[in-house]
Write a protein that binds this ligand. Structure first.
Ligand code: ADP
Ligand code: MG
Ligand code: ZN
Length: 629
């Protein structure tokens, strides 16, 4: 493989050498400027005879004369070096000069510089030495960091089988779904031969996606620990180096080492630091080219190995949307595992995992702590347990009590940034009603995908809860009633809020409204589903007709009147959907209340639990409402 790093290797020392030479040059210029004015021997004698000198110093090779101040002061104050003149001693043994100096009462000092050459040499060597030292020291640091001259060694932390990863799945709690998905990987690593015999394709790259502190790094380690294989990990942020090529070299080296230690896991933490989309965010200078090269190298390495070699690639990110599409392509990080924030039960389990390490008073109920910390991630909970232990120690107690834990919650909450703050009970209730609204509407309309899970624990920063609907079959087309039902479900959250809080609404529906408006607009302008505007399309999309780009900028090819009608028609569709959602929810008022209170209690409900709640509350309208206008 043609490697850009190799080609650039010579560049670094050459640049350094140039800098060195420049520095030396500047150094000698400086030394030269203190030298006395050099004159010929004849002129020196002339000056002596003219009585212009006050003192003379005789050294091994030179005669240095200091002029009398008055003779030197001709026009203005002369520069100090002009008062000193020097000449080389003539080779002949001339004692007449001494006599002459004596006669004129010029102060003579002898100066025998036996070691003059050493001083001269030192004067030269010292700056050189210092520069050299700085250089060597710098290079050493770079080399430790895996950079520059050697371009080789990397910073990957290596956990061999000999120093086995001790983390196992037992240390990770509250993310059962992610664990289940990763079990397959563990099994493959344990018995690769079995999979090879069956010819099964195991995912090459697994991307763990989830908010910060939910245990992605921990899970990756646990996979290695469970399988008992080596774990190579490197963090994306470590690649962000000043020198172009260093990151790429590290990636190459990492994979080289990993292949020798197979079966093993190569884990790239914070993948977004290198994997940022190449088209977005053109940064300044170095870092960008560096990142691009690193990313290219990573892609090349990912493509270059086969899972049959027993190397499984794992990575983690909390912002999958910024990742370069090339990374997520089939055969690369094609398996994504969601690592969600834990719900009530999950939080209690995580607290239990961490409480194992400390001494708890027997009466401490971790369920209470879990109930008080909705929205917190595993890392925050680990922090709470740790803080509580510290507080107990400060109290002089040898076991952690409930009050320590509660104080620890307050401390940890204070430390959390606003974005990740814990919900207030009022917010929790509103979100519960909002999500219940989505869920109930989805259950009521004819064409909605079944509700798989509903939760009030946000999946991403800034979001509220979520209602997860999974399609029962793969769809290629959507009918008009299906689209209308979808918009109605989107309106369900807002409608529930209006009903429950007597028209006092919140910002919580912003995302739903966005999606609903977009869908309605599409119906009007792209799908010809508006009676008024007919079977024409409005606006020409600029990008490819692929689903995602349907929603991007488009060229406007219609009049202002049409624009107004588009707005009106879209609004009509959304309004109708909202009314439908509202009437559904008003009919199912009891179910709404019941579902919301169950959600507040458990935070996450799966399909069966939702069904149970809905069935236990007498259904007022048993027949499914048909989609209509
Ligand atoms: P992430 O990589 O997702 O940002 P980490 O894996 O670095 O989060 O988690 C940091 C710490 O928080 C872990 O070392 C662990 O102590 C604790 N932690 C996070 N999630 C969990 C979890 N699900 N179960 C147990 N501990 C967790
Ligand atoms: Mg991490
Ligand atoms: Zn919503």
């Amino acid at each position: 493989m043609n490697n850009p790093v190799r080609q650039r290797q010579w560049l670094f020392p050459v640049v350094n050498l140039l800098i060195l030479v420049a520095l030396l040059y500047a150094g000698t210029m400086g030394l030269g400027s203190i030298a006395p004015q050099r004159v010929s021997y004849t002129e020196f004698l002339a000056q002596v005879r003219a009585g212009k000198l006050s003192a003379v110093e005789i050294t091994d090779q030179d005669l240095i004369g200091v002029k009398k101040p008055d003779t030197a002061k001709k026009k203005g104050e002369p520069a100090p070096e002009e008062r000193i003149i020097a000449t080389r001693l003539p080779g002949i043994d001339d004692t007449s000069l001494l006599k002459e100096l004596e006669e004129r009462q010029i102060k003579v000092t002898g100066h025998i510089e036996r070691n003059a050459w050493i001083w001269g040499l030192l004067g030269w060597m010292l700056p050189l030495l210092i520069i050299g030292l700085v250089y060597v020291f710098g290079m050493r640091r770079l080399r430790q960091g895996g950079g520059a001259m050697t371009f080789g060694r990397n910073r990957a932390k290596i956990y061999d089988q000999s120093s086995r990863v001790k983390v196992t799945f037992a240390d990770v709690a509250g993310v059962d779904e992610a664990k289940t998905e990763l079990l397959e990987i563990v099994d493959f690593l344990r018995r690769p031969a079995r999979y090879q015999a069956l010819g099964g394709r195991i995912p090459k790259g697994v991307l763990l996606v989830g908010p910060p502190g939910t245990g992605k790094t921990l899970l990756a380690k646990a996979v290695a620990g469970e399988a008992g294989v080596a774990f190579f990990s490197i963090s994306g942020s470590e690649f962000v180096e000043m020198f172009v090529g260093v990151g790429a070299a590290r990636v190459r080296d990492l994979f080289e080492q990993a292949k020798q230690k197979a079966p093993c896991i190569v884990f790239i933490d914070e993948l977004d630091a290198i994997g940022k989309s190449r088209t977005s965010g053109r940064g300044i200078g170095f870092s960008n080219e560096e990142r691009e090269q690193t990313l290219n190298q990573l892609l090349a390495e990912v493509d270059g190995f086969d899972t049959s070699e027993g190397v499984i690639l794992m990575a983690a990110t909390n912002q999958p949307e910024v990742l370069d599409a090339a990374l997520l392509r089939a055969g690369r990080f094609d398996r994504q595992v969601l690592v969600d924030r834990p719900d009530l039960k999950g939080r209690e389990e995580i607290l239990q995992v961490h409480a194992r390490k400390i001494h708890m008073a027997p009466d401490v109920d971790l369920g209470i702590i879990a109930a008080r910390t909705p929205g917190m991630a595993g890392a925050d909970l680990a922090n709470i347990v740790n803080e509580s232990a510290l507080l107990a120690v400060r109290r002089g107690s040898n076991s952690v009590e409930l009050r320590d834990m509660e104080e620890a919650i307050d401390r940890v909450m204070l430390g959390l940034e606003k974005k990740r703050r814990v919900m207030t009970p009022a917010e929790k209730e509103r979100i519960a009603y909002h999500e219940s609204g989505h869920t109930l509407v989805a259950l009521s309309v004819q064409h909605a995908d079944p509700v798989h899970r509903v939760s009030i624990i946000p999946r991403s920063i800034g979001a509220l809860g979520y209602t997860l609907q999974l399609p029962t079959e793969e769809r290629f087309l959507m009918t008009q009633p299906e689209l209308e039902d979808r918009i109605t479900v989107l309106m369900g959250g807002r409608a529930a809020e209006e009903i429950q809080y007597n028209g006092v609404v919140s910002t919580g529906a912003a995302d739903d409204l966005d999606r609903a408006s977009e869908l309605a607009r599409q119906m009007v302008t792209r799908f010809g589903m508006s009676g008024q505007l007919g079977k024409l399309t409005y606006g020409r999309p600029l990008a490819s007709p692929f689903l995602k780009s349907m929603f991007t900028t488009e060229e406007r090819n219609y009049s202002d009147t049409t624009a107004r009608i588009i707005d009106e028609e879209s609004k009509r569709i959304v309004d109708a959907a909202f009314e439908r959602a509202e009437s559904i929810l008003r009919e199912r008022d009891d179910q709404l209340n019941h579902l919301a209170s169950e959600l507040m209690r458990k935070e996450t409900l799966n399909k069966e639990e939702v069904d149970a709640v809905v069935q236990s509350t007498a259904p007022p309208a048993p027949a499914k409402q048909a989609a209509g206008r």
